[in-house]
Design a protein around this ligand. Structure first.
Ligand code: ADP
Ligand code: MG
Length: 296
């Protein structure tokens, strides 16, 4: 069952079309990155699914049902920096947040532990580093033990140590089985923490799916021949390739990005006495394309 399925979603602000007919679906237990440069519609996407914004057309489902407040209570969100009280402790701030969200206070020790703030729970918020402030914000999202977490650019503005802490926290949440949906403009971040990605550019979805497939920095050529083991053996010696793999009943040859060439594969096999019965360039790297688009 998908946690979220976005269906032909469009959103305009007057003449600006921030999302154009976007569809994708988020599997349970994934860390799903919404990746795109500034202004590509990421925040608009998250705001729409959290009911802060109304779609112009199209829609979405939560837990495979029409969205309602019952569904949204199972989702912890961090879309904007929350307003914590500077003169109160981290723990006291969480007590207030729990009250506002109508959750019990029982979760507080656990969420403090999860974000590694137990030792500093009594310190005033004003004494926290930026990274600690962000971790407290995430702790606040975790109150009520939501199944799903939605974060908008969770590492923005942090120093490298703070960034590393947030990324490792996300991995822990993922290993606890939470589904995480997060916007990011950093390809590197999505590659490091996400299992899935949807790439947006000027409100349009350019690609979505498994990170390894979508952000692969290799080109791939699929080949077939009668004598498959001989084919594999030959290809292992083919110059300028990255690797050969058998996957899903297909032999796949991987090349460094931008270097796959069907003619040379065909030529090489033929010169070694193998006649191919299948030869297909499966996909060009989207990473290179993403960089091109982002640099525009
Ligand atoms: P991102 O989060 O990827 O940076 P946004 O969703 O914030 O992108 O913005 C997408 C587009 O919509 C941009 O062109 C932005 O200027 C525009 N936009 C966002 N919010 C508003 C708004 N409240 N009114 C008008 N235009 C907006
Ligand atoms: Mg944004």
């Amino acid at each position: 069952m998908p946690i979220l399925s976005v269906e032909n979603l469009s959103k305009s602000y007057g003449r600006i079309q921030a999302l154009k007919n976007v569809s994708f679906s988020v599997p349970e237990g994934s860390v799903y990155g919404i990746l795109g440069p500034n202004g590509s519609g990421k925040t608009t996407m998250l705001g729409t699914i959290m009911d802060i914004l109304k779609p112009t057309s199209g829609g979405y489902k939560l837990f495979d049902e029409d969205p309602s407040e019952i569904h949204r209570r199972k989702i912890g969100t961090l879309l904007e920096t929350p307003n914590f009280y500077h003169y109160l402790s981290g723990e006291k701030n969480l007590e207030i947040a729990a009250e506002i969200k109508q959750h019990g206070k029982d979760d507080i020790p656990k969420v403090l532990e999860m974000v590694d703030l137990t030792k500093r729970r009594d310190s005033k918020f004003s004494t926290y580093s930026l990274g600690m402030k962000q971790r407290l914000a995430i702790a606040s999202c975790l109150l009520g033990n939501p199944r799903v977490l939605v974060f908008d650019e969770p590492t923005n503005g942090l120093d490298p140590v703070g960034i590393a802490e947030i990324r490792s926290l996300m991995k822990n949440l993922y290993s606890e089985g939470k589904t995480i949906i997060m916007a990011s403009h950093l390809l590197d971040e999505v590659e490091k923490v996400c299992t899935h990605v949807a790439i947006l550019r000027k409100g349009e979805l350019i690609a979505s799916g498994n990170v390894n497939e979508i952000l692969s920095n290799e080109d791939m050529v699929e080949v077939g021949a009668k004598d498959e083991s001989r084919l594999m053996e030959l290809l292992r010696d083919m110059p300028k390739i990255s690797r050969v793999a058998k996957d899903g009943g297909m032999v796949k040859i991987f090349f460094p990005v931008g270097t796959a060439d069907l003619e040379s594969v065909n030529n090489y096999c033929f010169s070694k006495g193998i006649i191919l019965n299948h030869l297909l360039l499966k996909k060009k790297s989207l990473e290179a394309r993403f960089f091109e688009l982002t640099n525009n």
